[in-house]
Design a protein around this ligand. Structure first.
Ligand SMILES: NC(=O)c1ccc[n+]([C@@H]2O[C@H](COP(=O)([O-])OP(=O)(O)OC[C@H]3O[C@@H](n4cnc5c(N)ncnc54)[C@H](OP(=O)(O)O)[C@@H]3O)[C@@H](O)[C@H]2O)c1
Length: 348
């Protein structure tokens, strides 16, 4: 008789980040001891995932009863889907509470983002308080209204109440084009969020752009390194004598250094110039009208590519996580992303 498999509920299997994490779990040495159920939005994606031995449930994060049921059946939940939606995380937590009532102490590995501590700079300077993932008091001092914070608070409260052990991963600007079994099967989104936003705005105006002086700074981390951070947390929390900090202390930043938005803006300008789609190889400042046109509003443009957001992955690295991809890789990835987006747009 085969041993019972540990049930895992996975949200975000088809996403840029979630797909890479799932691909790593599928090739994990202990993969055969887990039964993974993934939430997907279409039959088509379900059909593509099933050959990988992944069970699927069709639904959205608005299907709260379904989320509660699936979470109640799982020992481990990965949520890599939405860092700002309270109702769906509340449904997952209700499910985990039910699970706890059956005698289990379930695990939630949730994805937030370093945007929780971003500060506005309109691209004019790079001075910011550095947030250390080893200092939970810094995060507790953040306002409830900060990006991602309300969801993080709900997750941490569940741990405090004692019905789940919770771990929050906070990636910074994720870059790089994932390549794994799920991308090859056409299941996973291969584009990140911030850089493509900036690239599309730059293509739209025919010139690489920056917000303000491009002086604001964020951390970067590659898609592959971020997936390894999830694996490091997963390995830690699934060892029999799990000592990984959880709850208010279970915060794990994904970063491998700092970049200025001018560095990325200039790389976009150069790539566009080389492709014959940009006027100059040096970035110029987005006008107010351009910010509104390409980012939805000046505020959003300033937030996405003109804010500061600097953290330290102290606790993540204490787990043994060793990110490999550097700023050179980030800058090199810009051209790849620019060319991919130009190609996509040309084929539409
Ligand atoms: N990318 C970054 O740089 C970055 C940095 C920090 C934090 N994060 C956070 O990481 C999480 C994942 O981001 P990502 O870059 O992987 O995003 P993504 O590529 O857009 O993936 C989002 C995932 O959520 C699914 N999804 C979206 N809306 C849904 C809904 N209503 N119901 C069910 N499924 C839904 C998508 O499924 P479909 O395939 O059906 O669309 C996809 O699997 C987010 O919370 C994001 O804020 C990302």
């Amino acid at each position: 008789m085969s041993a019972q498999k540990t049930p895992v509920f996975f949200l975000g299997a088809t996403g840029y980040l979630g797909g890479s994490v799932l691909a790593r779990l599928l090739e994990h040495p202990a993969a055969s001891s887990y039964e993974i159920t993934a939430l997907v939005r279409s039959q088509e994606k379900a059909k593509k995932l099933e050959p990988f031995g992944v069970k699927t449930a069709i639904g959205t994060i608005q299907d709260l009863d379904l989320l509660e049921k699936l979470a109640s059946e799982a020992h481990i939940v990965f949520s890599i889907i939405n860092a700002d939606d309270d109702p769906h995380i509340q449904a997952i937590l209700r499910g985990l509470k039910k699970r706890h009532a059956t005698g289990d102490l379930p695990i939630l590995i949730h994805t937030s983002g370093t945007g929780v501590f971003l500060s506005h700079a309109n691209g004019l300077h790079g001075d910011a308080v550095v947030f250390d993932d080893n200092k939970p008091e810094q995060f507790e001092a953040l306002p409830h209204e900060a990006l991602h914070r309300s969801v993080d608070e709900l997750v941490i409260a569940a741990d405090k109440e004692g019905y789940a052990k919770t771990y929050i991963i906070l990636p910074s600007t994720i870059f790089g084009t994932p390549s794994n079994a799920l991308t090859k099967a056409g299941i996973q989104n291969t584009h990140s969020i911030q850089l493509p936003f900036l690239i599309k705005a730059s293509i739209g105006r025919g010139q690489g752009g920056v917000v303000g002086k491009g002086a604001a700074k964020w951390n970067y981390v590659s898609n592959a390194d971020t997936a390894e951070l999830f694996v490091a947390v997963f390995n830690g929390v699934t060892t029999p004598n799990n000592t990984v900090p959880h709850g208010r202390e279970g915060l794990f930043i994904g970063e491998n250094g700092v970049f200025a938005w001018s560095e990325v803006g200039n790389a976009i300008a150069k790539a566009l110039y080389e492709a014959g789609k940009g006027k100059s190889p040096e970035a110029t400042t987005f006008t107010s009208e351009e910010l509104t046109k390409y980012f939805g509003s000046e505020f959003v443009g300033n937030l996405i590519a003109g804010s500061n957001c600097i953290g330290l992955a102290t606790r993540s690295k204490a787990l043994g996580w060793t990110p490999k991809n550097t700023k050179e890789d980030l800058i090199a990835s810009v051209k790849v992303e620019v060319d991919a987006i130009l190609k996509e747009q040309a084929s539409q």
